[in-house]
Design a protein around this ligand. Structure first.
Ligand code: SF4
Length: 372
């Protein structure tokens, strides 16, 4: 380590000579090339990564910390796919559910204060497209202003294939029924070889990107995800994020990036150990620094746990998703930290203020609804 050369950042820390040029680029708000992000990921200390991520987060989001009042609907855990990391589908859990439209109606009626519903689940073997159209139309009629964020690119792809429709037709008709956005699941890792090992039979990386591009062209916003901490390398992660960054340069339709941590309970990849907290911090920091054109970095706290999430506030995170009332089972089944995920408004506000952040409630498009 040698003393840091004078930089635009006033903070005084030691930066190793081999990383000074890259750090200077971040401090002067220049974009990192993939190989620079890779070098940073492989060689920087977690302290330096946190400082760089904080710099980018502050530039893009100042001291804001966002949340939304939302709830989840998982229409079924039956699924035609066989992802090896899945702890959710019925043949893994030993029990199945399929929600009727009446049951979904009840769930919507039970969440009158929410401003967003997040809908995703397994790919049912025989539901026809009308079921999904009727679901979205029914929710729209019940709650005209509720933001409906529904269906991963995998679900969209399968609706198209099973009903001999194009992706454009599926997305257009869902939008006409009331769909507002896609949640971003199903990305996993774009690398074809890794995908062949962990989720060989579903929408591939180019397919995921094409569906998101199509959604953006139809003015349907999306999030994007990455499943990390299983068999992938840093090269795979940077490649994945680079593809998202290029898509965002093209369309501008991505609202948030959500790293999803691989959990090893109750699935076919239980022999793999989980990543450490330090690796989580490194991953989130690199994501914030590299994805300079995606406005928000979201920590999905039910999966990560509240303690890890709080630490991540100092590693680039500006969004905690929602106050979820025990309505998602996808991650709790995989060994998520929060078994009955509930975060009260008081907890959120207290966490934000402890870290000198401005707690803000938003709508799905990050319009400000309330400050605390
Ligand atoms: S992860 Fe999703 S697509 Fe894959 S098997 Fe599980 S429910 Fe199906």
């Amino acid at each position: 380590m040698i003393p840091r050369q004078p930089m635009s950042n006033p903070e005084s820390i030691l930066i190793p000579e081999n990383l000074q040029t890259i750090a200077q680029k971040v401090f002067s708000n220049q974009r990192l090339a993939p190989e620079e992000a890779l070098k940073l990921a492989q060689e920087a200390s977690v302290g330096l990564l946190g400082m760089l991520a904080n710099h980018v987060r502050t530039r893009i989001n100042q001291h804001d910390l966002w949340f939304i009042r939302n709830f989840h609907i998982e229409p079924t855990n039956l699924c035609i796919h066989r992802c090896r990391f899945c702890s959710f589908r019925s043949d893994v859990t030993g029990s199945a559910w399929e929600l009727s439209l009446d049951e979904i109606k009840t769930l919507v009626e039970e969440a009158p204060e929410a401003e967003e519903v997040h809908i995703t689940g397994g790919v049912h073997p025989d539901r026809d497209f009308d079921y999904y159209l009727n679901m979205i139309a029914m929710i729209r009629k019940l709650r005209p202003t509720l933001h409906i964020k529904a269906f991963s690119a995998v679900e969209i792809d399968d609706m198209a294939q099973m009903n001999s429709l194009s992706h454009t037709e599926v997305l257009t008709r869902l939008k006409q029924a009331g769909l507002d956005a896609l949640p971003g699941g199903g990305a996993e890792i774009f690398d074809a070889q890794i995908r062949e090992t962990i989720c060989p039979d579903k929408t591939d990386g180019p397919g995921y990107l094409a569906i998101h591009r199509e959604a953006h062209l139809l003015a349907i916003s999306t999030n994007a995800t990455m499943l990390y901490g299983h068999s992938e390398t840093w090269e795979h992660r940077i490649d994945h994020m680079n593809k998202l960054r290029m898509l965002q340069d093209e369309t501008g339709g991505l609202l948030a990036f959500i790293p999803l941590k691989f959990r090893n309970k109750n699935n076919l990849m239980h022999n793999l150990s989980e990543q450490t907290l330090v690796e989580d911090l490194r991953l989130f920091s690199i994501a914030r620094v590299f994805l300079d054109n995606i406005p928000h970095l979201k920590a999905y706290w039910p999966m990560l746990g509240k303690e890890t999430t709080e630490i991540l506030l100092d590693f680039g995170v500006d969004d905690l998703d929602g106050t979820i009332h025990d309505s998602t089972r996808i991650y709790s089944m995989a060994g998520a930290e929060e078994k009955n995920p509930v975060m009260t408004l008081e907890e959120f506000v207290s966490m934000a203020k402890k870290h000198q952040r401005r707690p803000l409630r938003r709508d799905s498009l990050y319009n400000l609804l309330e400050t605390y």
